[in-house]
Design a binder for this molecule. Structure first.
Ligand code: HEM
Ligand SMILES: *[C@@H]1O[C@H](CO)[C@@H](O)[C@H](O)[C@H]1NC(C)=O
Ligand SMILES: *[C@@H]1O[C@H](CO)[C@@H](O)[C@H](O)[C@H]1NC(C)=O
Length: 369
Protein backbone atom coordinates (compact mmCIF):
# COMPACT_ATOMS: atom_id res chain seq x y z
CA UNK A 1 0.00 0.00 0.00
CA UNK A 2 2.66 2.48 1.11
CA UNK A 3 4.77 1.50 -1.89
CA UNK A 4 1.80 1.95 -4.23
CA UNK A 5 1.18 5.43 -2.83
CA UNK A 6 4.82 6.37 -3.13
CA UNK A 7 5.09 5.16 -6.70
CA UNK A 8 1.98 7.06 -7.79
CA UNK A 9 3.41 10.16 -6.06
CA UNK A 10 6.64 9.76 -7.98
CA UNK A 11 4.66 9.34 -11.20
CA UNK A 12 2.66 12.50 -10.42
CA UNK A 13 5.77 14.58 -9.81
CA UNK A 14 7.27 13.28 -13.03
CA UNK A 15 4.10 14.24 -14.91
CA UNK A 16 4.18 17.77 -13.51
CA UNK A 17 7.85 18.15 -14.31
CA UNK A 18 7.19 16.84 -17.80
CA UNK A 19 4.40 19.35 -18.34
CA UNK A 20 6.55 22.24 -17.13
CA UNK A 21 9.48 21.13 -19.20
CA UNK A 22 7.31 20.82 -22.30
CA UNK A 23 5.67 24.24 -21.87
CA UNK A 24 8.18 26.80 -20.67
CA UNK A 25 5.54 29.58 -20.92
CA UNK A 26 3.87 28.06 -17.85
CA UNK A 27 6.70 29.40 -15.77
CA UNK A 28 6.76 32.88 -17.32
CA UNK A 29 3.34 34.36 -16.68
CA UNK A 30 3.02 38.10 -16.27
CA UNK A 31 1.11 39.72 -13.46
CA UNK A 32 -1.46 42.06 -14.94
CA UNK A 33 -1.67 45.78 -13.96
CA UNK A 34 -4.94 44.98 -12.13
CA UNK A 35 -2.76 43.15 -9.56
CA UNK A 36 -5.19 40.22 -9.52
CA UNK A 37 -4.89 38.33 -12.79
CA UNK A 38 -1.93 36.74 -14.47
CA UNK A 39 -1.63 36.04 -18.18
CA UNK A 40 0.62 34.23 -20.61
CA UNK A 41 1.02 37.49 -22.52
CA UNK A 42 0.46 41.00 -21.19
CA UNK A 43 -1.67 41.79 -24.28
CA UNK A 44 -4.30 39.50 -22.74
CA UNK A 45 -4.55 41.46 -19.47
CA UNK A 46 -7.09 43.96 -20.82
CA UNK A 47 -9.52 41.13 -21.58
CA UNK A 48 -10.23 40.25 -17.94
CA UNK A 49 -12.11 43.50 -17.29
CA UNK A 50 -13.94 43.25 -20.61
CA UNK A 51 -14.97 39.69 -19.85
CA UNK A 52 -16.29 40.65 -16.42
CA UNK A 53 -18.14 43.67 -17.83
CA UNK A 54 -19.76 41.52 -20.54
CA UNK A 55 -20.79 38.83 -18.10
CA UNK A 56 -22.31 41.31 -15.69
CA UNK A 57 -23.88 43.79 -18.07
CA UNK A 58 -24.64 41.97 -21.35
CA UNK A 59 -25.09 38.33 -20.40
CA UNK A 60 -27.18 38.82 -17.22
CA UNK A 61 -24.46 37.57 -14.86
CA UNK A 62 -23.27 34.70 -17.08
CA UNK A 63 -26.30 33.28 -18.89
CA UNK A 64 -26.72 31.63 -22.28
CA UNK A 65 -29.29 34.35 -23.01
CA UNK A 66 -30.56 36.00 -26.20
CA UNK A 67 -27.60 38.40 -26.16
CA UNK A 68 -25.16 35.48 -25.89
CA UNK A 69 -26.84 33.88 -28.93
CA UNK A 70 -26.80 37.13 -30.87
CA UNK A 71 -23.17 37.80 -30.00
CA UNK A 72 -22.25 34.37 -31.36
CA UNK A 73 -24.24 35.02 -34.56
CA UNK A 74 -22.42 38.34 -34.96
CA UNK A 75 -19.01 36.61 -35.05
CA UNK A 76 -20.12 34.67 -38.13
CA UNK A 77 -21.65 37.63 -39.96
CA UNK A 78 -18.51 39.72 -39.46
CA UNK A 79 -16.04 36.95 -40.31
CA UNK A 80 -17.70 35.34 -43.32
CA UNK A 81 -17.78 38.59 -45.32
CA UNK A 82 -14.60 37.91 -47.26
CA UNK A 83 -14.31 36.68 -50.81
CA UNK A 84 -11.12 35.71 -52.61
CA UNK A 85 -13.37 35.00 -55.65
CA UNK A 86 -14.40 38.67 -55.79
CA UNK A 87 -10.80 39.77 -55.25
CA UNK A 88 -9.75 37.62 -58.22
CA UNK A 89 -12.12 39.70 -60.34
CA UNK A 90 -10.52 42.90 -59.05
CA UNK A 91 -13.46 43.67 -56.74
CA UNK A 92 -12.99 44.36 -53.00
CA UNK A 93 -14.15 41.19 -51.24
CA UNK A 94 -14.37 42.35 -47.61
CA UNK A 95 -11.92 41.87 -44.77
CA UNK A 96 -13.37 38.88 -42.89
CA UNK A 97 -13.16 39.12 -39.09
CA UNK A 98 -12.31 42.81 -39.22
CA UNK A 99 -15.11 44.41 -37.21
CA UNK A 100 -16.63 45.98 -40.32
CA UNK A 101 -20.13 44.92 -39.32
CA UNK A 102 -19.94 47.23 -36.28
CA UNK A 103 -17.57 49.91 -37.64
CA UNK A 104 -19.78 50.35 -40.72
CA UNK A 105 -22.99 49.14 -39.11
CA UNK A 106 -25.07 51.79 -40.88
CA UNK A 107 -24.19 50.02 -44.12
CA UNK A 108 -23.73 46.37 -43.19
CA UNK A 109 -26.67 45.88 -40.83
CA UNK A 110 -28.79 47.10 -43.73
CA UNK A 111 -27.78 44.04 -45.78
CA UNK A 112 -30.68 41.57 -45.85
CA UNK A 113 -28.93 38.56 -44.20
CA UNK A 114 -27.79 40.81 -41.33
CA UNK A 115 -31.36 41.66 -40.37
CA UNK A 116 -31.70 42.14 -36.61
CA UNK A 117 -27.97 42.41 -35.93
CA UNK A 118 -28.22 46.18 -35.53
CA UNK A 119 -29.59 45.42 -32.05
CA UNK A 120 -26.63 43.46 -30.73
CA UNK A 121 -24.19 45.84 -32.44
CA UNK A 122 -25.77 48.74 -30.53
CA UNK A 123 -25.80 46.72 -27.29
CA UNK A 124 -22.09 45.99 -27.70
CA UNK A 125 -21.10 49.52 -28.72
CA UNK A 126 -20.87 51.01 -25.20
CA UNK A 127 -18.61 48.12 -24.14
CA UNK A 128 -16.32 48.83 -27.10
CA UNK A 129 -16.31 52.52 -26.15
CA UNK A 130 -15.42 51.98 -22.50
CA UNK A 131 -12.60 49.54 -23.18
CA UNK A 132 -9.57 49.75 -25.39
CA UNK A 133 -9.80 46.66 -27.56
CA UNK A 134 -10.05 46.69 -31.34
CA UNK A 135 -13.55 46.21 -32.73
CA UNK A 136 -12.68 43.04 -34.66
CA UNK A 137 -11.13 41.48 -31.55
CA UNK A 138 -14.07 42.59 -29.43
CA UNK A 139 -16.73 40.99 -31.64
CA UNK A 140 -15.03 37.59 -31.62
CA UNK A 141 -14.25 37.80 -27.89
CA UNK A 142 -17.84 38.71 -26.99
CA UNK A 143 -19.10 35.74 -29.01
CA UNK A 144 -16.68 33.40 -27.25
CA UNK A 145 -17.61 34.68 -23.79
CA UNK A 146 -21.34 34.52 -24.62
CA UNK A 147 -21.05 30.92 -25.83
CA UNK A 148 -19.13 29.98 -22.69
CA UNK A 149 -22.36 30.50 -20.74
CA UNK A 150 -24.05 27.65 -22.61
CA UNK A 151 -23.38 24.31 -20.84
CA UNK A 152 -21.67 21.88 -23.19
CA UNK A 153 -19.92 24.56 -25.23
CA UNK A 154 -16.18 24.45 -25.85
CA UNK A 155 -13.87 27.17 -24.58
CA UNK A 156 -13.73 29.15 -27.84
CA UNK A 157 -10.59 30.77 -29.14
CA UNK A 158 -9.83 34.39 -28.31
CA UNK A 159 -7.16 36.37 -30.13
CA UNK A 160 -5.96 39.93 -29.78
CA UNK A 161 -4.30 41.98 -32.50
CA UNK A 162 -6.64 41.86 -35.50
CA UNK A 163 -6.57 44.78 -37.94
CA UNK A 164 -9.82 46.73 -37.90
CA UNK A 165 -11.67 47.42 -41.13
CA UNK A 166 -11.19 50.67 -43.01
CA UNK A 167 -14.09 49.99 -45.37
CA UNK A 168 -17.34 48.04 -45.28
CA UNK A 169 -17.71 44.54 -46.68
CA UNK A 170 -19.74 44.26 -49.87
CA UNK A 171 -23.30 42.90 -49.78
CA UNK A 172 -24.06 39.34 -50.87
CA UNK A 173 -21.48 37.41 -48.83
CA UNK A 174 -23.54 36.22 -45.85
CA UNK A 175 -25.59 33.03 -46.36
CA UNK A 176 -29.39 33.27 -46.27
CA UNK A 177 -31.76 30.55 -45.00
CA UNK A 178 -33.36 30.37 -48.46
CA UNK A 179 -30.04 29.62 -50.17
CA UNK A 180 -29.52 26.10 -51.50
CA UNK A 181 -26.84 23.80 -50.05
CA UNK A 182 -24.86 24.38 -53.26
CA UNK A 183 -24.91 28.14 -52.71
CA UNK A 184 -23.96 27.82 -49.03
CA UNK A 185 -21.20 25.26 -49.60
CA UNK A 186 -19.74 27.41 -52.37
CA UNK A 187 -19.86 30.61 -50.30
CA UNK A 188 -18.20 29.05 -47.23
CA UNK A 189 -15.53 27.40 -49.37
CA UNK A 190 -14.77 30.73 -51.07
CA UNK A 191 -14.55 32.63 -47.76
CA UNK A 192 -12.08 30.11 -46.35
CA UNK A 193 -9.94 29.37 -49.43
CA UNK A 194 -11.46 25.91 -49.61
CA UNK A 195 -11.12 24.94 -45.95
CA UNK A 196 -14.85 25.05 -45.11
CA UNK A 197 -16.17 22.15 -47.20
CA UNK A 198 -19.52 20.37 -46.76
CA UNK A 199 -18.24 18.62 -43.65
CA UNK A 200 -16.90 21.75 -41.94
CA UNK A 201 -20.07 23.60 -42.90
CA UNK A 202 -21.95 21.11 -40.74
CA UNK A 203 -19.45 21.72 -37.92
CA UNK A 204 -20.08 25.47 -38.18
CA UNK A 205 -23.83 24.91 -37.99
CA UNK A 206 -23.40 23.39 -34.53
CA UNK A 207 -23.88 27.05 -33.48
CA UNK A 208 -27.58 26.69 -34.24
CA UNK A 209 -27.93 24.55 -31.12
CA UNK A 210 -27.93 27.82 -29.13
CA UNK A 211 -30.05 29.85 -31.48
CA UNK A 212 -33.40 31.38 -32.22
CA UNK A 213 -34.89 33.50 -34.97
CA UNK A 214 -36.41 36.93 -34.47
CA UNK A 215 -36.96 38.01 -38.03
CA UNK A 216 -37.69 34.93 -40.14
CA UNK A 217 -41.22 35.02 -38.75
CA UNK A 218 -41.54 38.39 -37.00
CA UNK A 219 -44.90 37.38 -35.48
CA UNK A 220 -43.08 34.94 -33.15
CA UNK A 221 -39.73 36.53 -32.18
CA UNK A 222 -37.26 34.36 -30.28
CA UNK A 223 -38.39 31.05 -31.82
CA UNK A 224 -35.58 28.56 -31.14
CA UNK A 225 -34.15 26.05 -33.61
CA UNK A 226 -34.27 23.27 -31.01
CA UNK A 227 -35.99 22.63 -27.68
CA UNK A 228 -32.81 23.38 -25.67
CA UNK A 229 -31.52 26.79 -26.90
CA UNK A 230 -29.72 27.29 -23.58
CA UNK A 231 -27.61 24.15 -23.99
CA UNK A 232 -24.72 23.55 -26.40
CA UNK A 233 -25.87 20.00 -27.04
CA UNK A 234 -26.75 17.82 -30.05
CA UNK A 235 -30.50 18.27 -29.72
CA UNK A 236 -30.50 20.60 -32.76
CA UNK A 237 -29.27 17.72 -34.93
CA UNK A 238 -31.98 15.39 -33.60
CA UNK A 239 -34.82 17.84 -34.07
CA UNK A 240 -33.79 18.99 -37.57
CA UNK A 241 -33.90 15.30 -38.58
CA UNK A 242 -37.58 14.93 -37.63
CA UNK A 243 -40.43 15.17 -40.10
CA UNK A 244 -41.77 18.74 -40.24
CA UNK A 245 -45.47 18.94 -39.41
CA UNK A 246 -46.34 22.56 -38.63
CA UNK A 247 -45.43 26.22 -38.92
CA UNK A 248 -45.03 27.71 -35.44
CA UNK A 249 -46.35 31.15 -36.48
CA UNK A 250 -47.84 32.54 -39.66
CA UNK A 251 -45.53 30.61 -42.00
CA UNK A 252 -44.46 29.70 -44.54
CA UNK A 253 -42.06 32.64 -44.53
CA UNK A 254 -39.11 32.98 -46.88
CA UNK A 255 -36.32 30.66 -45.67
CA UNK A 256 -38.66 28.72 -43.36
CA UNK A 257 -39.97 25.15 -43.63
CA UNK A 258 -42.26 23.13 -41.35
CA UNK A 259 -40.88 22.17 -37.92
CA UNK A 260 -41.77 19.20 -35.71
CA UNK A 261 -42.67 21.18 -32.57
CA UNK A 262 -44.91 24.06 -31.59
CA UNK A 263 -42.76 27.10 -30.86
CA UNK A 264 -39.78 25.75 -32.82
CA UNK A 265 -38.70 27.35 -36.10
CA UNK A 266 -36.87 25.44 -38.81
CA UNK A 267 -34.67 27.13 -41.38
CA UNK A 268 -34.93 25.82 -44.92
CA UNK A 269 -31.10 25.78 -45.12
CA UNK A 270 -30.74 23.60 -41.98
CA UNK A 271 -33.47 21.30 -43.30
CA UNK A 272 -31.76 20.93 -46.67
CA UNK A 273 -28.19 20.48 -45.38
CA UNK A 274 -29.46 17.86 -42.90
CA UNK A 275 -30.85 15.88 -45.86
CA UNK A 276 -28.33 16.58 -48.63
CA UNK A 277 -26.39 13.39 -49.42
CA UNK A 278 -23.07 15.29 -49.15
CA UNK A 279 -23.74 16.34 -45.53
CA UNK A 280 -26.50 14.12 -44.09
CA UNK A 281 -24.19 11.52 -42.52
CA UNK A 282 -22.01 14.20 -40.96
CA UNK A 283 -25.16 15.87 -39.63
CA UNK A 284 -26.40 12.61 -38.09
CA UNK A 285 -22.95 11.86 -36.61
CA UNK A 286 -23.31 14.72 -34.11
CA UNK A 287 -26.40 13.17 -32.52
CA UNK A 288 -25.58 11.92 -29.01
CA UNK A 289 -21.87 12.68 -29.48
CA UNK A 290 -21.19 15.58 -27.13
CA UNK A 291 -17.44 15.22 -27.54
CA UNK A 292 -17.84 15.79 -31.24
CA UNK A 293 -20.18 18.78 -30.74
CA UNK A 294 -17.61 20.31 -28.40
CA UNK A 295 -14.44 19.54 -30.33
CA UNK A 296 -15.56 20.25 -33.89
CA UNK A 297 -17.11 23.61 -33.08
CA UNK A 298 -14.02 24.59 -31.11
CA UNK A 299 -11.92 23.75 -34.14
CA UNK A 300 -13.98 25.61 -36.76
CA UNK A 301 -14.64 28.66 -34.62
CA UNK A 302 -10.90 29.13 -34.22
CA UNK A 303 -10.49 29.33 -37.99
CA UNK A 304 -13.70 31.31 -38.58
CA UNK A 305 -12.68 33.91 -36.01
CA UNK A 306 -9.46 34.82 -37.82
CA UNK A 307 -10.63 34.84 -41.46
CA UNK A 308 -8.79 37.60 -43.29
CA UNK A 309 -6.25 38.02 -40.49
CA UNK A 310 -2.67 36.80 -40.19
CA UNK A 311 -2.46 34.42 -37.23
CA UNK A 312 1.27 35.12 -36.84
CA UNK A 313 0.46 38.69 -35.79
CA UNK A 314 -2.13 37.67 -33.19
CA UNK A 315 -1.77 36.83 -29.51
CA UNK A 316 -3.71 33.81 -28.23
CA UNK A 317 -5.72 34.85 -25.15
CA UNK A 318 -8.13 31.90 -25.07
CA UNK A 319 -7.25 31.36 -21.40
CA UNK A 320 -9.37 34.44 -20.54
CA UNK A 321 -12.55 32.83 -21.92
CA UNK A 322 -14.41 31.02 -19.11
CA UNK A 323 -14.37 27.23 -19.30
CA UNK A 324 -18.04 26.31 -19.90
CA UNK A 325 -19.95 23.92 -17.65
CA UNK A 326 -20.29 20.44 -19.15
CA UNK A 327 -23.53 19.19 -20.71
CA UNK A 328 -25.08 16.67 -18.33
CA UNK A 329 -28.43 15.97 -20.01
CA UNK A 330 -29.59 13.13 -22.23
CA UNK A 331 -30.02 13.39 -25.98
CA UNK A 332 -33.63 12.48 -26.66
CA UNK A 333 -36.67 12.67 -28.89
CA UNK A 334 -39.07 15.36 -27.70
CA UNK A 335 -42.17 14.01 -25.92
CA UNK A 336 -44.56 12.29 -28.29
CA UNK A 337 -41.97 11.69 -31.04
CA UNK A 338 -39.92 8.60 -31.87
CA UNK A 339 -37.64 7.12 -34.49
CA UNK A 340 -40.78 6.74 -36.65
CA UNK A 341 -40.83 10.53 -37.04
CA UNK A 342 -37.27 10.69 -38.39
CA UNK A 343 -36.49 11.52 -42.03
CA UNK A 344 -33.52 9.20 -42.22
CA UNK A 345 -31.20 10.80 -44.79
CA UNK A 346 -27.86 9.05 -44.10
CA UNK A 347 -27.78 5.87 -46.15
CA UNK A 348 -24.59 4.52 -44.53
CA UNK A 349 -25.46 4.50 -40.83
CA UNK A 350 -28.59 3.65 -38.85
CA UNK A 351 -30.18 6.51 -36.94
CA UNK A 352 -28.99 6.49 -33.28
CA UNK A 353 -31.26 4.89 -30.70
CA UNK A 354 -32.62 7.60 -28.39
CA UNK A 355 -35.14 7.71 -25.55
CA UNK A 356 -38.32 9.77 -25.86
CA UNK A 357 -38.96 12.43 -23.24
CA UNK A 358 -41.84 11.33 -21.00
CA UNK A 359 -45.18 13.07 -20.92
CA UNK A 360 -47.48 14.69 -23.45
CA UNK A 361 -46.24 16.72 -26.44
CA UNK A 362 -45.03 20.13 -25.34
CA UNK A 363 -44.18 23.34 -27.11
CA UNK A 364 -40.90 25.23 -27.02
CA UNK A 365 -40.75 28.59 -25.26
CA UNK A 366 -39.31 31.64 -27.04
CA UNK A 367 -35.92 33.12 -26.14
CA UNK A 368 -36.63 36.78 -25.44
CA UNK A 369 -34.10 39.51 -24.65
C1 HEM B 1 -24.19 28.71 -43.12
C2 HEM B 1 -25.39 29.11 -43.19
C3 HEM B 1 -26.19 29.85 -42.15
C4 HEM B 1 -27.40 30.39 -42.38
C5 HEM B 1 -28.19 30.37 -43.68
C6 HEM B 1 -27.83 30.97 -41.13
C7 HEM B 1 -29.03 31.64 -40.96
C8 HEM B 1 -29.52 32.09 -39.75
C9 HEM B 1 -30.79 32.73 -39.56
C10 HEM B 1 -31.79 33.05 -40.67
C11 HEM B 1 -30.93 32.99 -38.25
C12 HEM B 1 -32.12 33.67 -37.56
C13 HEM B 1 -31.92 35.17 -37.57
C14 HEM B 1 -33.14 35.88 -37.02
O1 HEM B 1 -34.19 35.85 -37.68
O2 HEM B 1 -33.06 36.44 -35.90
C15 HEM B 1 -29.75 32.52 -37.58
C16 HEM B 1 -29.51 32.61 -36.24
C17 HEM B 1 -28.31 32.29 -35.65
N1 HEM B 1 -27.17 31.86 -36.29
FE1 HEM B 1 -27.03 31.27 -38.21
N2 HEM B 1 -26.87 30.78 -40.18
C18 HEM B 1 -25.83 30.12 -40.75
C19 HEM B 1 -24.64 29.78 -40.13
C20 HEM B 1 -24.29 30.15 -38.86
C21 HEM B 1 -22.99 29.97 -38.30
C22 HEM B 1 -21.77 29.39 -39.00
C23 HEM B 1 -23.02 30.44 -37.04
C24 HEM B 1 -21.84 30.42 -36.12
C25 HEM B 1 -21.38 31.32 -35.39
C26 HEM B 1 -24.39 30.89 -36.79
C27 HEM B 1 -24.87 31.36 -35.59
C28 HEM B 1 -26.19 31.72 -35.35
C29 HEM B 1 -26.72 32.00 -34.04
C30 HEM B 1 -25.99 31.86 -32.72
C31 HEM B 1 -28.05 32.38 -34.23
C32 HEM B 1 -29.08 32.75 -33.16
C33 HEM B 1 -29.20 34.24 -32.98
C34 HEM B 1 -30.27 34.57 -31.97
O3 HEM B 1 -30.72 33.68 -31.23
O4 HEM B 1 -30.66 35.75 -31.89
N3 HEM B 1 -25.11 30.71 -37.92
N4 HEM B 1 -28.90 31.97 -38.52
C1 LIG C 1 -26.83 12.56 -54.25
O1 LIG C 1 -28.05 13.12 -54.70
C2 LIG C 1 -27.98 13.63 -56.01
C3 LIG C 1 -29.28 14.36 -56.35
O2 LIG C 1 -30.18 14.36 -55.32
C4 LIG C 1 -27.69 12.49 -56.98
O3 LIG C 1 -27.59 12.99 -58.29
C5 LIG C 1 -26.38 11.83 -56.58
O4 LIG C 1 -26.16 10.69 -57.39
C6 LIG C 1 -26.40 11.41 -55.11
N1 LIG C 1 -25.07 10.95 -54.73
C7 LIG C 1 -24.88 9.89 -53.96
C8 LIG C 1 -23.47 9.59 -53.63
O5 LIG C 1 -25.78 9.22 -53.54
C1 LIG D 1 -17.80 10.79 -31.59
O1 LIG D 1 -17.10 11.55 -32.53
C2 LIG D 1 -15.70 11.32 -32.51
C3 LIG D 1 -15.06 12.36 -33.40
O2 LIG D 1 -15.53 12.29 -34.71
C4 LIG D 1 -15.44 9.89 -32.93
O3 LIG D 1 -14.05 9.63 -32.95
C5 LIG D 1 -16.13 8.96 -31.98
O4 LIG D 1 -16.01 7.64 -32.42
C6 LIG D 1 -17.61 9.31 -31.87
N1 LIG D 1 -18.20 8.55 -30.80
C7 LIG D 1 -19.26 7.78 -30.95
C8 LIG D 1 -19.76 7.10 -29.74
O5 LIG D 1 -19.82 7.67 -32.05
Amino acid sequence: MAFKLLSSLVALVATIQGAIGASPQLTRRVTCPDGVNTASNEACCQLFAIRDDLQKNLFDGGLCNAEAHESLRLTFHDAIAISPALEAQGIFGGGGADGSIAIFSEIETGFHPNIGLDEVVEKQRPFIERHNLGVADFIQFAGAVGASNCPGAPQLAAFVGRKDATRPAPDGLVPEPFHTPDQIFERLADASNGEFDEILTVWLLVAHTVAAANDVDPTIPGSPFDSTPGLFDSQFFVETSLQGTLFPGDGPNKGEVQSPLHGELRLQSDFAIARDNRSACEWQSFINNQTKVHDMFQFVFHDLSILGQDIDTLVDCTEVVPVPKPFTGTTHFPAGLTIKDVNHACAETPFPVLPTDPGPKTSVAPVLP
